[in-house]
Design a protein around this ligand. Structure first.
Ligand SMILES: [Zn+2]
Length: 460
């Protein structure tokens, strides 16, 4: 049996839907068309009647096995990539953290070791720069040769992760020269630290105050400043996890005058409300992630931003810490709760169920923002991000008539909660193929740990 034939489904790409077959050989799509004439002996036929065939999800924002705020994220490359595969994501680009006192290249090697023999799907890496030591900029072309063509910097978390504006300018210039792009976490960290101090001084120490310490303007100001600095450095810029209407407007303005600025938002900012911060006890800690969840008006602006093209990517920002660990590490006030939440497993299902099924976006837009654009933005296209000839056979078979139930008890993510607990969503992922191999089928993981390949990404 040399061929696999996905037969009878509707193939979706950014420009439309076609009732057609997909022929797979040696992990790649070899042809798209009508293959009913092929003889049975050569092929494994998979009936996809009534199903949507979508390009495998590309999640460009995950933090697996990552040291952060005195602890480590709860999913390693094994559990994290299995969870991704179960949710229809067949490629991730994970953030390698620069560890204090280490060079960028050494930190990258440490993170690549963590992924080796563990990943169940293909993966690339970004590099986070948290300490701009002498010589760091000289390593950017080497990172680029290693397939790491994107760098992340933080405008928040002074003293641990943050770079100042001058350093940001240096990284932007260096990256641009190396053919790489810079991803920025845009929040005004210094103002946030002051507001947090004021809140704590007033005895407002509970986890829900995390939200008040990070008002929308702290994001919008940082977005506007980063755009101006990138303009001065003549460098491309990508915003991770935007959450506010003002940020979407700032990005749209920059793009309208031809600046190379792109931006993502995340599943939870599109679908979850800030009301969780008003809940009693320690419950709000589940949503202690940055930036915080926002109001309905901001969510609507994010959907509009996706439809207008101001936002081009939806990622998960999967940065899981168990609720139990958040409780253990809380200390005197909300500032010491590890910042992050889970999501790699449910990104595709939630965006489909809340976006496509509720007619906020079309199915073509869904493919664009969950797969095609992230692959293009991060040097993975045309190998990833579409179902054309020559692409890796990463395919999601989705039943639009099916239903997805979400609960912590049944998820594959190695964490004791989900922000979508009890949700029942239209659309069900029936099968997932990674380079032609079945990795998820009817809710079971059937892939192989260690089969995921490191992706050498192209430059910007
Ligand atoms: Zn993140």
């Amino acid at each position: 049996m040399t061929y696999t034939l996905l037969h009878g489904g509707t193939v979706v790409d950014v420009s439309g839907q076609t009732l057609t077959d997909i022929l797979i050989k040696d992990g790649e799509i070899t042809a798209v068309g009508n293959f009913s004439h092929l003889s049975e002996g050569d092929i494994q036929r998979i009936d996809c009647t009534g199903m949507l065939l979508l390009p495998g999800g590309v999640d460009v924002h995950t933090h697996l096995d990552s040291p952060l705020m005195g602890t480590t994220t709860a999913d390693d490359f094994e559990s994290g990539t299995i969870a991704a595969a179960m949710g229809g994501t067949t490629t991730i680009v994970d953030f390698a953290m620069q560890t204090p006192g280490s060079t960028l290249l050494d930190s990258l090697q440490v993170h690549r070791e963590k992924a080796k023999h563990k990943a169940a799907i293909d993966y690339g890496m970004h590099m986070c720069i948290t300490d701009l030591y002498d010589g760091a900029i000289d390593e950017l072309p080497v990172l680029r040769q290693e397939g790491v063509s994107s760098l992340k910097i933080f405008m928040a978390y002074r003293g641990t992760l943050m770079l100042n504006d001058g350093q940001m300018y240096d990284v932007l210039k260096g990256a641009s020269k190396a053919g790489s792009q810079v991803c920025v976490h845009a929040e005004n960290g210094d103002v946030i630290d002051r507001i947090a101090e004021e809140l704590v001084a007033q005895g407002k120490t509970g986890p829900g105050y995390h939200e008040l310490a990070r008002p929308p303007k702290t994001e919008i100001e940082a977005v506007e400043r980063a755009i101006r600095i990138a303009d001065m450095a003549e460098a491309p810029l990508y915003f991770v996890h935007l959450t506010t209407e003002g940020s979407v407007e700032a990005v749209a303005r920059a793009r309208s005058v031809g600046m190379p600025v792109s931006a993502e938002t995340c599943t939870h900012y599109l679908t979850l409300d800030r009301a969780i911060y008003d809940e009693p006890g320690f419950e709000p800690a589940k949503a202690v992630l940055t930036p915080p969840l926002r109001t309905f008006e901001h969510r609507e602006a994010l959907w509009r931003g996706l439809n207008s093209g101001a936002l081009s990517v939806v990622s998960s920002d999967h940065c899981p810490f168990c609720f139990e660990d958040k409780q253990r590490l809380v200390g005197a006030d909300f500032r010491s709760i590890p910042n992050g939440g889970p999501g790699v497993e449910h990104r595709m299902s939630v965006v489909y169920g809340k976006g496509v099924a509720e007619r906020k976006i079309t199915i073509e837009k869904f493919v664009e923002i969950t797969s095609t654009f992230p692959a293009q933005q991060f040097g993975l296209y045309p190998q990833k991000g579409h179902l054309g000839v020559g692409a890796d056979a990463d395919v999601v078979v989705l039943d639009p008539q099916g239903v997805t139930q979400i609960s912590a008890g049944s998820q594959f993510q190695n964490i004791d909660y989900t922000l979508y607990e009890g949700w029942s969503l239209p659309g069900e992922i029936k099968k997932v193929f990674s380079r032609g191999k079945l990795v998820a089928a009817d809710g079971q993981f059937v892939g192989q740990v260690g089969n995921g390949k490191y992706l050498q990404r192209a430059g910007y």
